[in-house]
Design a binder for this molecule. Structure first.
Ligand SMILES: [Fe+2]
Ligand SMILES: [Fe+2]
Length: 239
């Protein structure tokens, strides 16, 4: 996935992904005093290859996260580490990808909708999914996750109870997002790209497939690891 773009602020990239400093140092991109400007500007000033640097950043990020995600036993990590990973990788991915896919699904509907009636359904399903995800992420990041962090740091039973009470609703929202993704999968016949498709069509379907895969892991981390750990903590606190 491509998390970083040339529009990102140099300093923000390093804040979100500290290993980016290796690449910036190699290209002599100033991320300390010159961090408060878009990558595009910094790269242009040094007359460097923008596409190559953005690609390197995304490749390094993907490689790091893949190793991290598969090598870490999230049951052994603190709840705060698990939440940081979910927010910094999966939520950040959605915040970057959903607007892009919103434009792409609209664009292919406009260009190919007359010959491919299913694209209207893809557009409708995706935009429902986008809206539901946006609200879901806000709920997790502003209401639920801070309470879990509060519980872990201060052992607040009240905070744990608040977070636990939201779990059922969050699980239902996961189920609904999963259903929408399954419908998109079915209506596109597994993201099958027809012979008359253009590059944008092809790219849109590959991004939808990537969204499905990223979401499976995201929901797995919450449904199968984070929420059961809250249940255990709650049972222990009442024991
Ligand atoms: Fe989430
Ligand atoms: Fe979630």
């Amino acid at each position: 996935m491509n998390l970083f773009t040339a529009n990102d602020q140099v300093g923000d990239v390093v804040a979100r992904f500290p290993k980016a400093d290796d690449i910036f140092k190699r290209y002599q991109i100033d991320f300390c005093c010159g961090g408060n400007r878009p990558l595009h500007t910094a790269i242009q000033e040094l007359a460097l290859n923008e596409e190559q640097i953005i690609q390197e950043l995304n490749d390094l990020y993907n490689a790091s996260v893949t190793v991290e995600e598969h090598d870490i036993n999230w049951n052994d990590e603190s709840l705060n580490n698990l939440i940081s990973h979910i927010v910094n990788f999966h939520h950040a991915y959605l915040n970057t990808t959903l607007p892009v896919l919103g434009e792409l699904t609209t664009k292919i509907l406009r260009v190919h909708g007359a010959n491919h009636k299913e694209l209207a359904e893809v557009h409708r399903l995706f935009h429902s999914l986008k809206m539901e995800f946006e609200q879901h992420l806000i709920k997790e990041e502003t209401l639920v996750f801070p309470r879990i962090e509060e519980f872990e740091i201060g052992k607040s039973r009240l905070a744990l109870e608040f977070a636990f009470e939201a779990v059922e609703e969050l699980e239902k929202e996961h189920d609904h997002c999963g259903e929408l993704l399954k419908k998109i999968h079915a209506v596109t016949e597994g993201y099958f790209v027809p012979a008359d498709a253009c590059e944008t069509y092809d790219y849109t379907f590959s991004k939808l497939e990537e969204l499905e895969s990223n979401t499976f892991t995201h929901v797995h981390l919450e449904n199968n690891i984070l929420f059961p750990r809250l249940r255990v903590a709650r049972n222990e606190s009442f024991a």
